[in-house]
Unconditional design. Structure first.
Length: 80
C-alpha cells in the first residue's frame, strides 16, 4: 500500500488505522514517507499493525518521528 506524500499527518494515520482495523494481517508493504507523521501517528500505526505477521517493508522516511518512537516501533515489529 503506497501512500507517500499524501499529507496524512497523525489524524490521517489514526483514521486509516481505525478504518483498516482487522484487515492489516496480510499487508506486506506500507509506504508512508513524507506524511508529517509524528510519535502520535506511530502509536496508532503500532496498534494497527500489532497482528500483522506479513509486513516486509515499512517506509517512514521524511516524517517527524523521534528516535525513541522509531525504536519502539522497530522492537514491536521485530517481535511479531
Amino acid at each position: 500500500l503506497e501512500l507517500a506524500a499524501n499529507r496524512l499527518h497523525d489524524f490521517g494515520i489514526k483514521a486509516m488505522a481505525q478504518a483498516l482495523k482487522g484487515h492489516w494481517a496480510s499487508l506486506i508493504f506500507l509506504g508512508l514517507q513524507e506524511n508529517n507523521i509524528s510519535d502520535e501517528g506511530v502509536t496508532a500505526l503500532l496498534e494497527a499493525l500489532r497482528d500483522n505477521q506479513e509486513l516486509q517493508t515499512l517506509e517512514l522516511d521524511y516524517n517527524a518521528i523521534s528516535d525513541s518512537a522509531l525504536s519502539a516501533l522497530t522492537s514491536a515489529l521485530t517481535a511479531c
